[in-house]
Design a protein around this ligand. Structure first.
Ligand code: 3PG
Length: 306
């Protein structure tokens, strides 16, 4: 079978080598499409492939339709808002992700961003410490739980909320359950967002929630830019000169925000939460293994479009 690794933001060389080894040891062929310039290049590369591994690359209905031999797509990572699951299902293509494989890298970045903002983006301005502060975690999945554990080790109090988890699971995960999002936002010095982008969550964090945050609070977004109502964020930052926003998923209005609010806003130039050698290896090799297991035995454990 022909497996295409299509990554606009390439994996570390060690991950690519590991993927190649797994694919070839299982008797398949690996082809690479890295740093491609346009979506048309991706569409053109899928004509004769049986499997695709992607990161945030957009597996649209057009991509799926252009790949008549395609049987499986694996998103090497957690969020799968870049996969058109309906198109996959329509063309009998199995779609999977690799949950948990890059969580630690994202969690470490969330902690780093919190300290970076507490220390005025590493300027000599007098900053603050995170020890003794309260962190709110919005969604207590693989990443949220790791952020909570690391924050506790740094002396923070940790609260969390998750629409899919009962309070006792949050307690088991080491956090204090918040009774509502409003409570989480209004009682935490930092809120770290770990929700996926879905029709329910897109634009769901805006002026009302953000302005509930206590004085001097910081909102950290290593999830997806789409979950923020950007106009609401801008209005909140305008009205509350004490609030800060830091993101690994730059908002569309970043230039305006930085011009107006200076060091109170920061976003990475390119999403880098999962961009560690370890996360690349974990997620990339997991994707390769899942594809080989699917071809060998029909294994579909992480199938998203069942
Ligand atoms: C994920 O959903 O797994 C992360 O956002 C990582 O995305 P990336 O592979 O594009 O870095």
């Amino acid at each position: 079978m022909k497996v295409l690794l299509a990554t606009q933001k390439p994996f570390a060389a060690a991950a690519v080598a590991g993927i190649r080894q797994i694919v070839e040891e299982n008797g398949h062929e690996l082809v690479l499409l890295e740093k491609y310039a346009a979506q048309e290049d991706f569409v053109a590369a899928v004509a004769d492939v049986d499997a695709i591994i992607v990161r945030s690359d957009k597996v649209t209905a057009e991509v799926v339709a252009a790949a008549p031999k395609l049987k499986i797509v694996v998103r090497a990572g957690a969020g799968f808002d870049n996969l058109d699951l309906a198109a996959c299902t329509e063309h009998k293509v199995v779609a999977m992700n690799t949950p948990g494989q890059n969580s630690n890298a994202v969690a470490e970045l969330a902690i780093a961003m919190m300290i970076f903002m507490a220390r005025g983006q590493f300027t000599p301005a007098t900053g603050s410490e995170i020890q003794g502060k309260t962190l709110g975690i919005q969604a207590f999945g693989n990443v949220g739980r790791l952020v909570g554990a690391k924050a506790k080790a740094l002396g923070m109090s940790v609260k969390a909320i998750d629409p899919f988890l009962p309070a006792e699971k949050i307690v088991e995960g080491g956090a204090e359950p918040a009774s509502s999002l409003e409570e989480l936002y209004s009682t935490c010095d930092y809120v770290s967002i770990h929700i996926p982008a879905t029709p329910q969550t897109i634009g769901s964090i805006g002026y009302d929630l953000i302005t509930k945050m206590p004085k001097g609070a910081t909102l950290i977004n290593t999830a997806r830019k789409e979950v923020i109502d950007e106009a609401g964020l801008e209005k909140a930052l305008e009205e509350r000169s004490d609030l800060k926003y830091v993101a690994d998923v730059a908002p569309d209005n970043l230039a305006a925000l930085q011009e107006k609010f200076g060091l109170r806003v920061f976003a990475t130039p390119k999403k880098m939460g999962a961009q560690t050698q370890e996360a690349n290896v974990n997620a990339g090799l997991a994707a390769a293994r899942q594809i080989c297991a699917f071809f060998a035995t029909g294994e579909t454990r992480f199938q998203l479009n069942k």
